[in-house]
Design a protein around this ligand. Sequence first.
Ligand code: NDP
Length: 297
Amino acid sequence: MAHIIDGKTAAQTLRTQITQQVAALHSPGISPGLAMVLVGEDPASASYVHSKARQTEECGMQAFEHKLPQSTTQQQLLRLIEQLNGDARVHGILVQLPLPDHIDAVAVLSRIAPDKDVDGLHPVNTARLADGNPNIVPCTPLGCLVLLRNELGDLSGKQALVIGRSHLVGRPMSHLLLSQHCTVTTAHSRSQNLAELCRQADILVVAAGQPELVRGSWIKPGATLIDVGINRQHGEDGKTALVGDVAFREAVEVAGAITPVPGGVGPMTIACLLLNTLLAALRQQGMSAPEWAVLAH
Ligand code: NDP
């Protein structure tokens, strides 16, 4: 039976470390600040932003919420980004995705100052990660890496398979694992023999957005599984359940360790946003990252 990796506890541990570090910064008069920009009235996005703001403040950092109407033009949004880039109280800027169709998300994300890009999606930050010299790393893959390091320690030499190649999760995850000296394979919707690729993996990170894609019979005994997928499934009883991209009940019998859905990767994503904000503030003050956070980068 696999060890269940508890993402809630890992996220709480990370938030405690961040809170202590933030408190230590208050005496030299530094207060890390995160600006969050929401365009439109999508309830799910509004709830994410609210939750991020609450957790930011709970860690002792400042949260600046900017809620703009759906009718906001790209020019208006870019002007706000420029203003936040120049605001010394703001160390991190997050633009909640998705943006309305009339706004070019790539143009907006590219306008954020790379040192304040706490989502790690600016082309400078994606290039640095791909180049093996990471600056700010996207939050979800960073959270997966923290869980893997907690579970396995040194990842060097492990055979890793990442399913998914999105800019948000799969691609940066593959680069991160390469930087940890894994032998990395990246699979996607056109990959052949996915089951066979899975059977070779000591580490399997699944971010395909396909409910229960990975079956128990695909898994190498003892492998460590990180399930990023969040899929809503409607049961016969009319209730909605969240399921991952891995068939959990089958996989738990074979794997060495596995993240559940929910309660695995999800809680780590916001905790890593807070970590990125803290690290951005330290960097902007010319201070180095604390020892406990160094391995994550
Ligand atoms: P995308 O849809 O952007 O990317 C999915 C990737 O999976 C693509 O690269 C696609 O391949 C690949 N893929 C799709 N189907 C298959 C298949 N049958 N076999 C192999 N590869 C496949 O999704 P995201 O990366 O944004 O998110 C992935 C999942 O993670 C979603 O369920 C999302 O909800 C969840 N998520 C969870 C987060 C968390 O905090 N826990 C945060 C972010 C995402 P191709 O490139 O060829 O199309």
